[in-house]
Design a protein around this ligand. Structure first.
Ligand code: NAD
Length: 267
């Protein structure tokens, strides 16, 4: 088991990639503090882990609030001891509004607060406990939208911010034995993606998992567990030499220019 004896905190754990990571980390031996806005929404997942002989607790908290970040740190350590792994996965998009001209101040503030400030707040409150314990691994979920304009302006800006924050944190916390990396997913079948698809359909755009999937080299969207697997690699000692780096997991989406060689040769 790759996380035997470790304590992991996973934010945004009630759905999508976070839920998959809780399952996988627990299966690999970690005690997991699962965090999301609603504690109730986490209870079936926690029960499932416990039923399979794993260890997990549910924490209802908002990662954009300092008091909540402090409470997550306290509750997790009280239940399982000092943290070894922090998976900063919670994230939102400016749903319903995409254009840089349409989003208002509240939309922009919200996406930056959750996606960027929330990551910083969690690091601020968890890292001291990792330092006291001799180190750890922090994984921050960015996106391919950190590098290309794959979503709304606020979302892209917030995720590019996560990439910068991660490098600064890696440099600052490396001497204390803490590694900090980003996971940069491409299109993945989660509730967030389903909401985006419904929005595109409402705007009259052709969309389906198949069409979106074909925008990448592998011709499909990812399963959330495929993102959890990369998070597991970054959480575990298998990635002991990796820090301050961006781990793109996108089925070749960012490798595509929009034209395939087959388009020229008619294959
Ligand atoms: N799905 C994709 O295609 C995709 C692609 C690239 C990056 N991402 C990123 O991956 C991460 C996970 O996304 P997902 O697709 O699983 O999304 P999701 O919406 O399915 O799950 C995100 C979870 O975060 C929680 N959350 C939102 N705000 C929160 C807050 N303030 N405090 C605590 N929890 C909060 C939500 O309640 C939700 O359960 C996000 O950071 C997202 O931006 C997703």
């Amino acid at each position: 088991m790759r996380l035997a004896g470790k304590v992991a905190i996973v934010t945004g754990a009630a759905g999508g990639m976070g839920e998959a990571a809780v399952r996988l980390f627990a299966r690999e031996g970690a005690a997991v503090a699962a965090v999301d806005l609603s504690e109730e929404a986490l209870l079936p997942l926690v029960k499932e882990v416990l039923d399979h002989g794993g260890r997990a607790i549910a924490i209802g908290a908002d990662v954009t609030r300092a008091a909540d970040a402090a409470r997550i740190a306290e509750l997790s350590e009280a239940a399982f001891g000092p943290p070894n792994v922090l998976f900063n996965n919670a994230g939102v998009d400016t749903e319903g509004k995409r254009s840089i001209l349409d989003i208002d101040e509240a939309d922009f503030d919200k996406v930056v607060e959750v996606n960027l400030k929330g990551v910083w707040l969690m690091i601020k409150h968890i890292a001291p406990r990792m330092i006291a314990n001799g180190g750890g691994s922090i994984i921050n979920t960015a996106s391919i939208a950190a590098f290309i304009a794959a979503s709304s302006a606020g979302y892209c800006a917030s995720k590019a911010g996560v990439v910068g924050l991660t490098k600064a944190a890696a440099v600052e916390l490396g001497p204390f034995g803490i590694r900090v990396n980003t996971l940069c997913p491409g299109a993945t079948e989660t509730p967030l993606a389903a909401r985006q698809h419904r929005e595109m359909e409402a705007a009259g755009l052709p969309t389906s998992s198949e069409i979106i999937g074909r925008m990448g080299v592998l011709g499909r969207m990812a399963d959330p567990m495929e993102m959890a697997q990369m998070a597991l690699f970054l959480a575990s000692d298998d990635s002991a030499f990796a820090t301050g780096a961006d781990f793109v997991n996108d089925g070749g989406w960012t490798a595509m220019s929009g034209i395939r060689v087959q388009d020229f040769v008619g294959a």
